[in-house]
Design a protein around this ligand. Structure first.
Ligand SMILES: Nc1ncnc2c1ncn2[C@@H]1O[C@H](COP(=O)(O)OP(=O)(O)O)[C@@H](O)[C@H]1O
Ligand SMILES: O=P(O)(O)OC[C@H]1O[C@](O)(COP(=O)(O)O)[C@@H](O)[C@@H]1O
Length: 323
């Protein structure tokens, strides 16, 4: 097989067991009563793999997984038919706390650092990635880097994978995103949210024109699609075809956890299907709407996704050339 294979791989160096607590009207610094809780296997690449598998694609999930609490991940992979290529490492995968206030329609996330990666674990992961590179044409590199991993990990891996002819999508934050965006070889697809992009570039992007200019700069430097998500304001997508804003309809939110991961999965599936920019924006937003209207990384039926897609408003943005 060649790197043009349709198989996709997602990489999660820092998975998380997401503990969602529903506590309507909860107040910071007070004793609160909650209504319910749920524990889901998560982390960015895990979620992307789950969404892609729900869409019907063949997916391998790799990364580093604690060997003392892998059951929820293994059950998720079995249920979705995701090939489990995670390296097991000693210890427990972190828990991520997600506090949902259904009244205020607000989700508060507390993400922890995660298990430190040892040189041995990283070496084993390197071998596994090299093997996957032989028969996977698309790689999604997603999530924060755990302690023990250099900030330029994604930047270097992107260079290696793209040199091998793979399509690379990146969704990360902090120093890892800064390094990846400053690298010689950029990922094909980048999906930061607006706050992550501002932090990575070290400047605020208040006006749409500033976001567009930042995205176009990444295109000039080698990316083929930049999607900047902005929560309920939707997302701005920029490619060689132009720029669009995808505005979601108002929906009843169950939890916004996984909204961005679903968008990444939608964009990757749109790329695989050769959709144009507007089609990709519609598909990706429909995936996000599917994610925020349910708990865990599960897509609704194709009928429901089509209904969401039909409600997304695609605004074409004018190219404002600098004089
Ligand atoms: N409150 C919301 N209402 C409607 N759509 C939303 C809402 N929050 C997120 N989305 C959808 O999910 C996409 C990704 O959400 P965002 O919060 O920007 O990503 P991330 O999870 O990476 O921070 C948005 O572009 C939008 O389409
Ligand atoms: O790797 P990070 O940046 O710490 O994020 C981990 C968290 O992100 C999630 O993947 C959700 O991400 P999004 O809400 O951005 O889609 C959770 O499952 C997980 O707890």
């Amino acid at each position: 097989m060649t790197a043009l294979s349709s198989r996709m791989a997602t990489l999660t160096l820092n998975p998380a067991l997401d503990l969602t607590v529903h506590a309507d009207g909860w107040r910071q610094g007070q004793v609160n009563s909650g209504q319910s809780f749920q524990l889901d296997a998560g982390g960015k690449g895990v979620n992307v793999a789950a969404f892609l598998a729900d869409w019907g694609l063949r997916v391998t999930a790799t990364g580093l997984l604690g060997d003392s609490n892998p059951a929820a991940f293994e059950a998720l992979f079995r249920a979705k038919g995701v090939h489990d290529a995670f390296v097991r490492v000693p210890g427990a995968t972190r828990v991520g706390v997600k506090l949902v206030d259904g009244e205020a329609q607000e989700t508060t996330d507390i993400n922890l650092p995660g298990l430190a990666a040892t040189p041995q674990a990283l070496a084993e992961l390197g071998s596994r990635l090299a093997a996957l590179g032989g028969d996977h044409g698309t790689f999604v590199l997603a999530g924060s880097l755990p302690p023990g991993v250099e900030a330029d990990f994604y930047a270097r891996l992107t260079g290696t994978l793209r040199a091998a002819g793979c399509f690379v999508a990146l969704d990360t934050s902090g120093a890892a995103l800064t390094a990846a965006l400053a690298a010689q070889t950029l990922p094909d697809l980048v999906k930061p949210n607006i706050h992550e992009l501002e932090a990575a570039l070290g400047r605020s992007l208040t006006h749409e024109a500033e976001v567009l200019e930042a995205a176009r700069d990444l295109l000039r430097r080698g990316a083929s699609l930049v999607a900047v998500s902005q929560g309920e304001r939707g997302a701005l997508l920029v490619s060689a075809q132009g720029a669009v804003r995808a505005v979601p309809p108002r929906v009843r939110i169950t939890s916004t956890v996984g909204a961005g991961d679903a968008m990444v999965a939608g964009l990757v599936s749109a790329h695989a299907d050769g959709l144009d920019l507007a089609g990709a924006a519609r598909r990706a937003t429909a995936f996000s709407l599917g994610a925020i209207t349910r708990l865990g990384a599960h897509l609704p039926s194709r009928t429901d996704l089509d209904a969401f897609a039909a409600q997304v408003v695609i605004e074409t943005l004018r190219q404002v050339e600098k004089t």
